[in-house]
Design a protein around this ligand. Structure first.
Ligand SMILES: Nc1ncnc2c1ncn2[C@@H]1O[C@H](COP(=O)(O)OP(=O)(O)O)[C@@H](O)[C@H]1O
Ligand SMILES: [Mg+2]
Length: 293
């Protein structure tokens, strides 16, 4: 524990020097956005990848990290078979930079490690290595972390470390219940909740349907958890999404004007508007990850 704290301080010192000389980060902040849900199959990976594309269209340098170590599929969605993935980083065989690959769509990805156990099962050393490696992605403007569904220590670590946690639900009662469940756990497990907790309602058939779900969620979170959850927006249920998945191309690429694409662009527009930006990006991420030990 003490070792880790010392190591962290040392890294922060180095970072400060770099900042002052303008070498390391150029005064730029990296915004870390975690995309998560209570229930699986609600659209996390689609939202992560397509949000990344919407950000790229705004000229941002974006990395999508597939942190779903059980069912990694960002690369599948993009029809890529990266040679290396997070498994190799965790095992210290590769650095994060080495495994990061550019896509033809102007975003970069860090592939997940399918079938790998949860990060919670990593040894302290492996975990620390992983965290240090994250720091090397600080040249990105945005890092979007696609997590697995549900609550694991792994997911909570990422959420705790992020600037924003985007919770995805669909209007299905089971998805709503599970989304509420994860919000509740975030509220109890992460003590200083100074990140933006945001809600996206996916697969809706009308604006009113989305609003009803969002109102319900934000009211319950406010009333019972004293937690502010911001309703970020909705995504229409759109046949283009599954078509795109089948063709292994993002729907934002196949049809940037389809209903789902327009919704995602709207969501990113909202994110940009309320980018507090002042949170210390990766530096803060490291601090928070360490403080959860
Ligand atoms: N807005 C949407 N409209 C239609 N189908 C969708 C939409 N979002 C997700 N889906 C369907 O749900 C499936 C699961 O989405 P995915 O992003 O893989 O979820 P998760 O990452 O949460 O498991 C997609 O393959 C697609 O068929
Ligand atoms: Mg997924």
């Amino acid at each position: 524990m003490e070792d880790q704290a010392e190591k962290l301080r040392e890294m922060m010192r180095k970072k400060n020097i770099g900042d002052k000389q303008g070498k390391v980060r150029d005064g730029k902040k990296t915004r870390i956005i975690t995309v998560t849900s209570g229930k699986g199959g609600v659209g996390k990976t689609n939202v992560s990848v397509n949000m990344a594309l919407a950000y790229a269209r705004l000229g941002k340098k974006v990395v999508v990290m597939d942190a779903d170590l059980g069912l990694a599929n960002v690369n599948v969605m993009l029809n890529m078979i990266p040679k290396w993935n997070l498994y190799h980083v965790i095992r210290k065989q590769k650095t994060m930079r080495e495994i990061m690959v550019d896509t033809e769509y102007g975003i970069s990805i860090v592939a997940g490690a399918s079938g790998f156990s949860k990060i919670a099962n990593l040894s302290e050393e492996e975990r620390q290595n992983f965290i240090e490696e994250l720091d090397t992605l600080s040249s990105a403007d945005i890092i979007i972390i696609d997590t697995s569904a549900g609550v694991s220590s792994n997911v909570l670590d990422f959420i705790a470390a992020a600037d924003d946690a985007v919770i995805i639900t669909t209007p299905e009662p089971t998805a709503i219940t599970d989304a509420y469940g994860i919000i509740k756990i975030i509220a109890t497990e992460i003590d200083s909740l100074d990140m933006g907790l945001k809600l996206v309602v996916n697969r809706v058939h009308s604006v009113a349907e989305a609003k009803k779900v969002a109102d319900r969620m934000t009211n319950i979170a406010g009333q019972f958890l004293n937690l502010k959850v911001e309703y970020l927006g909705f995504i229409f249920d759109d046949a283009m999404v599954s078509q795109a998945v089948l063709r292994q191309k993002p729907f934002m690429v196949i049809d940037p004007k389809c209903r789902a694409s327009l919704c995602v662009q709207h969501i990113v527009g909202r994110m940009e508007k309320n980018d507090l930006g002042a949170n210390a990006g990766i530096g803060r991420m490291m601090k928070r990850l360490f403080s959860r030990n």
